[in-house]
Design a protein around this ligand. Structure first.
Ligand SMILES: [Zn+2]
Length: 273
């Protein structure tokens, strides 16, 4: 079949998009991007390793990358039910305003603080899973600490407004979620660290033994590292090796074996598209 001009244009735009937006601007963007092109380039120096080495596909979907095709075969749809442990929450898919999970509990794991407060909570299933994960890490001689788990809509709103005041909205959006679009509001996400005072919620956490262990083992306990390096243009967030998201063992293992984000797994559009 002779490729149409439109598919050639789409192929070009797709390559441009997945190689980290190397030009200053690209015309695909309709909404203001969560990350500016220059920030993507700064954060994303390895993006070419991540880009797919597609051979030309024989069928009409030649503009799609190979991961999309693999995931599409699973026919997984976007989960929008806020009660589901697989719910997709990002800039495109917000939780209902004021949503609060009904089964929040305090997981029995150490945190960087002692107080029994909101951010220590997780949904029951995720709490049990994080306890198992922390125990397994400890058995391997590693020490993990929780930094922040559940965050209510109101807390996220206050936090986001604070960051907007400090850094302006455009910058704040690259690292803080708009109220309703934070995974922490699901009670299924937790930020972790290996130390009380070094590389806490910083990219250098990725260099720790604990982070490497998480990369290899988190899926066995139902967690994924949600914001991957080189996937900023799909998730809308910078690389966050400390942010774990519970999705259940089955989905976590599938996502890791495919090497995709939750967005790609559910065939959701890139959030900055
Ligand atoms: Zn987080």
């Amino acid at each position: 079949m002779k490729p149409s001009i439109i598919s050639v244009i789409l192929l070009g735009l797709t390559i441009l998009f997945f190689t980290g937006c190397s030009t200053e601007e690209h015309s695909l963007q309709q909404d203001p991007p969560l990350i500016s092109s220059s920030q993507i380039s700064d954060n994303d120096s390895n993006s070419e390793d991540e880009s797919k080495e597609d051979e030309t596909s024989k069928d009409d979907r030649s503009e799609m990358n190979s991961e999309d095709q693999i995931v599409e075969e699973h026919e997984v749809e976007v989960e929008t039910n806020p009660e589901s442990t697989a719910v997709l929450v990002n800039k495109e898919y917000s939780l209902p305003e004021g949503h609060k999970p009904e089964d929040l509990v305090y997981p029995n794991i150490p945190f960087t603080f002692e107080e029994k407060i909101e951010k220590r909570q997780m949904r029951e299933e995720a709490a049990m899973a994080i306890e198992e994960l922390f125990s397994a890490a400890e058995m391997d001689g590693l020490s993990l600490l929780g930094v922040s788990a559940y965050r209510s809509y109101d807390t996220q709103k206050a936090l986001f407004n604070y960051y907007v005041e400090r850094d302006g909205e455009e910058k704040a959006r690259t690292y803080s979620a708009v109220p309703g679009s934070s995974e922490h509001q699901t009670g299924l996400a937790i930020d972790v660290t290996a130390s009380y005072d070094t590389c806490v919620v910083e990219v250098c956490f990725a260099e720790t033994e604990e982070a490497k262990w998480l990369e290899e083992n988190a899926a066995d306990y139902g967690f994924i590292i949600r914001y991957l390096e080189g996937k900023e243009s799909i998730t809308g967030y910078q690389y966050e090796p400390w942010h774990l998201r519970y999705v259940g063992k089955e989905i976590a293992k599938e996502i890791v074996s495919l090497g995709v984000t939750l967005e790609e797994y559910m065939n959701a559009v890139p959030v900055s598209n």
